[in-house]
Design a protein around this ligand. Structure first.
Ligand code: GRF
Length: 200
């Protein structure tokens, strides 16, 4: 079986990306790490990629003169390294149509709550956990889904729950959820590779 080529898009810290890289390095995941793309030239994600010797690219609307050009550059970069699966790991930009069409059903995203609840435009980072706490939910969790043209909307591939504790703050809940994200992303990719989770 062909070893899957994985590429990442990340805007900031890239701790989810690092957890997946660690899984590959420790042979818990059988994949090639072919590219890291960030819209943020100074992102920790790009620094991590450099340290890990993974080809990395800064592609933004500033570097490429507009969002259409940025979309084209991302699609071309991903194609040129023969990407099979794209992992969004805290990528704060909407994926453009060209990239979406070229990699339909092959772009995964992680969301720090149980979609379809607490998703959609503006629901990212602390806002998600704030909304969960305000709603009085006793359970939150992590969702891995395929993306489509709407925010947090594509088919759900995996979900795991995380308890919301009585004295949780946004930070304590975020920390517990992030820990679960780190394990679930690699686990889901492994299940995609093994065929246990079929892609469309
Ligand atoms: C995670 O909480 C993820 O669910 C969301 O963005 C955050 C990225 O964190 N999409 P990191 O950059 O992987 O540390």
């Amino acid at each position: 079986m062909k070893t899957l080529n994985i590429a990442f898009l990340a805007s900031h810290g890239g701790s989810n990306m690092q957890a997946i890289i660690d899984s590959v390095r420790e042979s818990r995941l059988n994949a090639n790490l072919v590219a890291v793309i960030s819209n943020n030239s100074n992102s920790t994600a790009l620094h991590r990629a450099e340290k890990e010797n993974i080809p990395h690219y800064h592609i933004s609307s500033q570097t490429h003169g507009g969002s259409d050009e940025m979309d084209a550059a991302i699609a071309e970069t991903l194609k040129s390294c023969d990407t099979d699966l794209i992992i969004l790991a805290g990528y704060m930009k909407k994926i453009g149509t060209r990239t979406l069409n070229a990699f339909k059903g092959r772009i995964l995203n992680i969301h720090p709550a149980l979609l379809p609840k607490f998703g959609g435009k503006g629901m990212y980072g602390k806002q998600v956990h704030q909304a969960v706490l305000e709603s009085g939910e006793t359970v939150s969790g992590v969702t891995i889904h395929l993306i489509d043209e709407k925010y947090d909307n594509g088919p759900i591939l995996a979900q795991e729950t995380v308890p919301v504790l009585k004295d949780d703050t946004v930070n304590t809940l975020a920390e517990r959820v992030l820990k679960k994200e780190h394990s679930l992303y690699s686990k889901t990719i492994a299940q995609i590779i093994s065929g246990e989770i079929p892609l469309p």
